[in-house]
Write a protein that binds this ligand. Structure first.
Ligand code: ATP
Ligand code: MG
Length: 137
């Protein structure tokens, strides 16, 4: 089995959608093996999104990700990384397929309800940044 890292973003926690998003995740056969609700400092958000530092939306992304509570998760399952990307749908909800989390819930390309790791290396890095091994059960 594979693990991926997920974030339920501030637009979704603000609208009380954690349970609805978790139902989509579990309905797709992914298991939530770690979960905590936190509010990131700017330093934490900047470090997490370091690879996007040069992108024009970086400042806006850090502002958004620190604007309210977020739910950090580790998801486990067969092909969890690719499967969760599929469950989330395209970055922009206008392009997301029917039934995906972003089609169902996202407000815009920036305010898009969820994050999911895009590769095994990213999943390892993002899980290690946010959870201790003994928090994943
Ligand atoms: P994520 O990494 O959050 O799972 P992603 O891999 O689909 O999403 P990335 O290209 O990695 O998208 O961008 C990271 C995040 O930055 C996006 O989820 C979105 O919140 C934000 N973002 C990306 N492009 C834009 C944009 N053009 N304008 C505003 N925000 C953007
Ligand atoms: Mg990404």
């Amino acid at each position: 089995v594979e693990r991926t890292f997920s974030i339920i973003k501030p637009d979704a926690t603000r609208r009380n959608l954690t349970g609805k998003i978790n139902a989509v995740i579990e309905g797709a056969g992914l298991r939530i093996v770690a979960q905590k609700r936190v509010r990131w400092t700017r330093a934490q958000a900047e470090k997490f999104y370091e690879e996007h530092k040069a992108r024009p939306f970086y400042g806006e992304l850090v502002d958004f990700m620190t604007s309210g509570p977020i739910v950090l998760q580790v998801l486990e399952g067969e092909n969890a990384i690719a499967k969760y990307r599929e469950v989330m749908g395209a970055t922009d909800p206008k392009e997301a397929a029917e039934g995906t989390v972003r089609k169902l819930f996202a407000e815009s390309k920036g305010s898009n309800s969820t994050h999911g790791s895009d590769s095994p290396a990213a999943a390892d890095r993002e899980i290690a940044l946010n959870f201790r091994l003994d928090e994943i059960v």
